[in-house]
Design a protein around this ligand. Structure first.
Ligand SMILES: Cc1cc2nc3c(=O)[nH]c(=O)nc-3n(C[C@H](O)[C@H](O)[C@H](O)COP(=O)(O)OP(=O)(O)OC[C@H]3O[C@@H](n4cnc5c(N)ncnc54)[C@H](O)[C@@H]3O)c2cc1C
Ligand code: SF4
Length: 478
């Protein structure tokens, strides 16, 4: 099977469970999916009422021109639909796969609000761009002029890559530094492959490289090279380092073997899917196979962990969350998916401690929702005397992420951070308190979404171009 066919295989398996039939040979999926996607995309696009008040567009962080590309798709004018869609979105096929559309574009579709079910905007966006790749309409960047100014980007996640794309198109010399061995940030090593197939991310990295973006990988800024050295090399620097400091569990036994961080668990699983050597996976430390797994947390990362554990062949998978279903931060769609796959949710439950080392169980205390706090959310309160032990061979901590303290880590004076530790930057330009230094994505917003990182990256790139143009020394070369 080719890479393209494999992508379609994964997509059809997810989108059309009724086609998941042992009698259908793997290579048939390509044809079935191609037919299905084309008909379905056209049918869905044709459902758009062209309402004239495109709430879908205003609720898309990129303000994608959704009604127009839906109309073009319905008319079979796919290349034009693709051109329009990629004009505002650097990675439309990625957003089409992993945006929480129910909270963004699709949740605000007027047809949805009238009770008739949303136009599946994300799926159409994905279809348009996947087709563009297949047809060879997606080409490496070829700037009309080469310019001398250079920009150093720290972090090859969606924020950094979206900025790299815009800057390179304008002819600037762009170098992206990342501490990992592959570009893509959390798109590569955080988000599981069953939500975002890795070849989809890798072909974008290759497209940028082929267009002249230089990648310096395995380069941890602050260790392998100083921030000041990067600043000295480039006319502007963009910080797009994301947030990686995991929130930790407290309580007796929380340091026991078998209690692991979500990011380590998901990274190991993603690395394995690339065929990498992953000793922590092979030893069983980061592999859920045959284990009773308890995941602690109620956000999207927790959902990714439970669904990954199911796929690895865990004996049982339970998700402990201290509030109830209605009050969990993760997407309801993801919860429904996880439940369908066999995950058990244990609502209104929090860990008080852990038994055994290696871990043998989670000591669970039951909670109830009390009076609303300052944010209006009901605060969970412990029900005294309700403790019980939930057996577990592996516990995954998925309590969220916080920013690393960059100024301290990098020894940088003058780079201000907020009281949450995120880098202080203007929201529409990414300008920080240091001249010529910009910041985007999760390191500015706190843990957020790919689509917001793309938006920030594009906005900051526009500001960098504006600021460089305003400098007398900015000379365009042939
Ligand atoms: C498990 C998980 C699942 C998610 N699922 C979704 C989803 O389904 N949909 C969605 O929209 N969002 C999802 N998100 C959120 C989304 O991935 C992030 O909001 C987005 O990737 C942020 O982009 P970024 O460019 O700011 O940072 P990142 O993607 O985190 O990229 C930052 C990059 O900077 C590099 N870096 C950091 N420090 C240094 C340094 N000192 N030197 C060199 N390089 C450095 C890192 O290696 C990394 O490659 C998920 C997040 C997680 C953790
Ligand atoms: S980028 Fe995300 S929010 Fe915007 S149209 Fe696409 S799927 Fe919807």
């Amino acid at each position: 099977m080719s890479q393209q066919q494999m992508l379609k295989f994964v997509s059809i398996d997810r989108a059309m469970p009724e086609k998941r039939d042992a009698n259908v040979r793997a290579h048939d999926f390509h044809e079935i999916y191609a037919e299905y996607a084309h008909e379905k995309a056209q049918e869905q696009a044709g459902r758009c009422s062209q309402c004239g008040v495109p709430y879908c567009q205003s609720h898309c962080p990129l303000h994608n021109n959704i009604p127009d590309w839906l109309m073009l798709t319905a008319e079979g004018r796919l290349r034009e639909a693709y051109e329009l869609s990629q004009a505002t979105n650097t990675f439309p096929e990625i957003c089409g796969r992993i945006c929480p559309q129910d909270r963004l574009c699709e949740g605000n579709c007027v047809i949805e609000q009238a009770g008739h079910g949303t136009v599946t905007i994300g799926a159409v966006e994905k279809y348009i761009t996947d087709t563009a790749w297949e047809e060879g309409w997606v080409q490496p960047i070829a700037p009309a002029v080469e310019r001398e100014e250079s920009v150093g980007i720290i972090g090859a996640g969606p924020g950094g890559l979206a900025a790299a794309d815009v800057l390179r198109r304008a002819g600037l010399q762009v170098t992206v530094y990342d501490r990992y061995d592959r570009a893509g940030g959390l798109m590569t090593y955080g988000i599981p492959g069953f939500k975002l197939e890795k070849p989809v991310v890798m072909r974008r990295n290759q497209q940028l490289e082929a267009g002249g973006v230089e990648f310096v990988l395995d380069c941890n800024v602050g260790e392998d090279i100083s921030f000041d050295a990067i600043r000295g090399r480039h006319d502007a620097v963009l910080i797009a380092t994301g947030v990686y400091k995991s929130r930790e569990l407290q309580g007796p036994g929380s340091g026991a073997a078998g209690i692991v961080r979500a990011i380590d668990y998901l990274t190991a699983s993603n690395r394995k899917s690339f065929g990498d050597e992953v000793p922590e996976f092979d030893s069983g430390d980061l592999n859920a196979e045959g284990k009773r797994v308890v995941v602690i947390g109620g956000g999207d990362t927790a959902m990714d962990c439970v669904r990954t554990a199911i796929r690895q062949g865990a004996k049982s998978v339970k998700c402990l969350y201290r509030r109830d279903r209605a009050n969990m931060p993760g997407s309801q769609r993801e919860v429904a998916n996880a439940e369908e796959e066999g995950v058990e949710f244990v609502w209104l439950s929090a860990p008080r401690g852990f038994a055994g080392d290696p871990v043998e169980g989670v000591i669970v205390q039951k909670m109830r929702l009390g009076t609303p706090d300052a944010t209006g959310r009901q605060a969970p309160e412990v029900i005294e005397g309700s403790d019980y032990t939930e057996p577990a061979d592996m516990v995954i901590k998925a309590l969220g992420f916080e920013p690393e303290e960059l100024p301290k880590l990098w020894g940088v004076d003058g780079l201000e951070v907020t009281r949450w530790g995120t880098v202080k930057a203007e929201f529409t330009t990414g300008r920080t308190t240091l001249p010529g230094v910009y910041a985007v994505g999760d390191i500015v917003r706190g843990a957020s979404l790919v689509v917001w990182a793309i938006r920030d990256g594009r906005d900051a790139a526009a500001a960098i171009l504006e600021d460089l143009a305003a400098q007398p020394a900015a000379v365009a070369a042939e």
